[in-house]
Design a protein around this ligand. Sequence first.
Ligand SMILES: Cc1cc2nc3c(=O)[nH]c(=O)nc-3n(C[C@H](O)[C@H](O)[C@H](O)COP(=O)(O)OP(=O)(O)OC[C@H]3O[C@@H](n4cnc5c(N)ncnc54)[C@H](O)[C@@H]3O)c2cc1C
Length: 192
Amino acid sequence: MNLPEKTRILNHPERAVPEETSDILVQGMVAHVGFIQDEQPFVIPMSYYYDPQQPEFLYLHGSVRSRTLKHLAGGAPVCVTVTLTDGLVYSRKAMNHSMNYRSVVLFGKAREITQESHKAALFDQMVRRYFPGRTLGQDYHAPPSQDLRATALVEVTLEEVSAKARRGNPTGPEDDDAKAMGSAGVIDLREF
Ligand SMILES: Cc1cc2nc3c(=O)[nH]c(=O)nc-3n(C[C@H](O)[C@H](O)[C@H](O)COP(=O)(O)OP(=O)(O)OC[C@H]3O[C@@H](n4cnc5c(N)ncnc54)[C@H](O)[C@@H]3O)c2cc1C
């Protein structure tokens, strides 16, 4: 299969925000990791690590028993989606209900990282990404070798990436008319 334009945004191309790719990946919490195994597609939610100083890589970790990580470690193609839900958009017209979002879809291939010092450094950065302010050696112990060996780490090399965002108000034909039937607006989710 040849999909040379698989990251070109065809639907609402004006919503392409490639310059926001790093910000979205930095702010995201959950990566939906998609792959095909034995012709069956899977999409598995996972935490991840991304460093904007090394924007070509994204890291996933989990148990060495993880089917997903074992599969990816073998170099299988992977598609990772990260989504930020910014708002719920309601309209006077049913069809114009929507969501404000920022999201990234990336395609790549993974390799396993086995060197314990590399794994320990990445895991520490990952803890600090999700729990800013926690300090290794002060708030928690360094992982012993046994834990590092029990935890698989894969490095996804980003090959193609797209970023897309919807922002703003509903776009129904009567949404700006305060006298029209119904109601329209945006519930801002960024505060939650
Ligand atoms: C927010 C979030 C963050 C997570 N972060 C991580 C992480 O960083 N590392 C990690 O290893 N795991 C993480 N998990 C758990 C992860 O989703 C998988 O359950 C786990 O990795 C096992 O993967 P596997 O491929 O071995 O699953 P398997 O047990 O082989 O999956 C078999 C089947 O179980 C079902 N299944 C698996 N996982 C889920 C799920 N989460 N929800 C519903 N059904 C499921 C699916 O039908 C799947 O086909 C996270 C889950 C969530 C929701």
